[in-house]
Structure formats: C-alpha cells, structure tokens
Design a protein around this ligand. Sequence first.
Ligand code: SF4
Length: 377
Amino acid sequence: MKEISLYIHIPFCKNKCMYCDFPSFSGKDNLKQRYVDALCKEIELKASKYKIKTIFIGGGTPTYLSIQELNNLFASINKLAFAEDLEFTVECNPGTLSEEKLLLMKTAGVNRLSIGLQATQNTLLKTIGRIHNFKEFEENFLLARKVGFKNINVDLMFALPDQSVQDWEETLNKVTELNPEHISAYSLIIEEGTPFCKLYNEDKLNLPSEDEERLMYSKTIEFLKFKNYNQYEISNFAKEGKQCRHNIVYWRLEEYLGCGSSAAGYIDGIRYKNKEIIEEYIESIERNVEALEEKVENSLEDTMEEFIFMGLRMIEGINEEKFFDKFKVKIDDVYLDVINKHINEGLLIRKDNTLALTPKGIEFSNYVMSDFILTCE
Ligand code: SF4
C-alpha cells in the first residue's frame, strides 16, 4: 500500500478574522452536519486505498464542530490504514475548545495540536478580530497538556497594526514560557478582499514600518534559537525532533490527498482542488460526483519551479541528488547562472550537495525565488 499524507478541510469559523482570506466562513453553521457527512464519504472513498502517514485537519476552525460532528469525522478517519508513526494534527482555536473535545481528540488518536494564538496582548487580539483573549488561550493550552498532548504548535503573527517591537518580544517571551514544542511565526500580509485590505486602502491601518517588521523577524530567529527552537523553515521553529512532518511533505513536494471544500491534493503529478463553495461541495458528494474545481497536470517546468520554491523555504535547502532523481537532469544544467548569481550576492550557499538560502537570503527570499521561474505567461 502506498504511503501518503491527508489534509482535511473544515471551512467553518465562529467569526471571520480581519486579515483572513482562507476559505472559511462564518454564519454557515446550518451546513455543518451535512458537510461532515459529505466529508466522511469523500475521505472513505479517496483515502482507503492508501496507508496514511500524516493527517492534518485544518480550516477554518476544526474545533468549531460539535462533539457529535467530530465523533462522526473521527469514526471515518479511524477506518483508514495508518503508518505506524502516524502524525495526526488538528488545528484548534481558543474559544472553541473544551475538555470534552480535547479528550475526544486524544481518544481518536490525535497526537499533535496546532493552536492559533497570534499575539498575547488582548488589545491586538481584538484589533485583528480574534474571538479569544490571551487568558483563554493559556487555559486551553494547559488543559491540552493535562489531557496529555505532548506535541503542540502555537501560531503567532507579527507586523500587526498597532503592534510595537516590544509587544512582539513580549509575545515571544510569554509563549515560550509555556514551552510548546513548535512555533509558527508569520508576518501579516494584507490580502485582497479582507476587511484589513479595505482599511489599508483607506489609510486607516497603523502598520509597523518595513524596518520594524525586519527587526521583529530577526528578533524571532535570535530569541527562539536562544530558547532551543530550531528554525527549520522560513516561518517555522521546533524543538528537537518536533518539526511538522505534514508540512514537510508540502515543502518536499511529496504526495498528499485533500478532502473537503477547497482542499487541494497532489498525486501522480496531478494537482487538484475541490470546490470552494460549501453548498456546491456537499451537493456534488451527495450526488456521487467528484467535487473538483480544477485538476491540472503539472508541466516539468512547473514541477521544477515548485521543487525549488518549496525546497528553499526549508533551512536545510534542496538536495541536489533528489533534484536529479526527480528530473533526470542536474540542477546546474537548468539553473547554473541563477545559482552563481545568488551565491555571489551571498544569498545562496552550496554545501555537501545541497543548495540553501543564507540568513541574508532568507530575508530576501522572494527576490531569490523569482529568479528560478522558468516559464513566462
Ligand atoms: S480563525 Fe483562522 S480560518 Fe477562521 S477566520 Fe480566523 S484566521 Fe481565518
């Protein structure tokens, strides 16, 4: 049986955060039960012919599902064949967690939680539209520990409106005091169509300057290193052996299935994406039709670009032998000029058959990666 990863999407949130352009919706609670039924059907149909090595239930807010809905979902998942060292993550948001839900997840085999916090200052949490305060997060975190979760990620965000460098330092300090195994720290991006985008266009967002944002990022790397978190990807930091294996599958361009509305998958060189509109997704599955929105076979150039973009996100970089194994051509035969240019600029480093971004290269990663584009529209 082929081993594969599985992503499961839950598109419901209690409220929409101000910055969020993820495919998640509030005010659609009446669809939850029907959605979970359709999702279970898709999971059993798609995933039962594989051995599952990692599962990631993301969203949206998976823990916004009721106990009964979570129970049904886990019952379907537990019919699948698992690899022995299965990593099973569920994304959680404070304000939707309870001891009962945590116990249910633990019993169902979930062995990793990813909790969305973003910042520790209640004023900032309110500004970005989160439904919880820091105390609720702290209580949920400690409850998860009490229930027995030994592998927890905390999601953080910097460069928020009205956030100072000191605020960010305080966030890093307070979160590391709780000693989670993994921390994700992304900078805020103003996405089209979000309430923040509207405020930004009206010049009503007091965002940190570019210099302050850069300082926040460099402080993150420095401080988390000091606290024994190893940076293994541009925005991800983990204690020894606690890297997120599911995300590494994406970054290494390995295969995964996606189930649920808007979920994407990559298998046998084909990328697919399910319908984003929840109602359309449910109706397709109920009619026994695939809920696909798009299905594309990647060209060789597309796959090479993706391999480089995703691989360079990882601090260990790209293994040149793996590039050759996958594409039957040496990386230098395709990219020698680009590689040399960025090595000379001090943005790339080549060592032991790997190609990686330097610390300066991480700062200018978009610039470096844009040079690896092979295809022009
Ligand atoms: S909880 Fe997450 S998915 Fe839901 S609106 Fe906020 S950021 Fe988006």
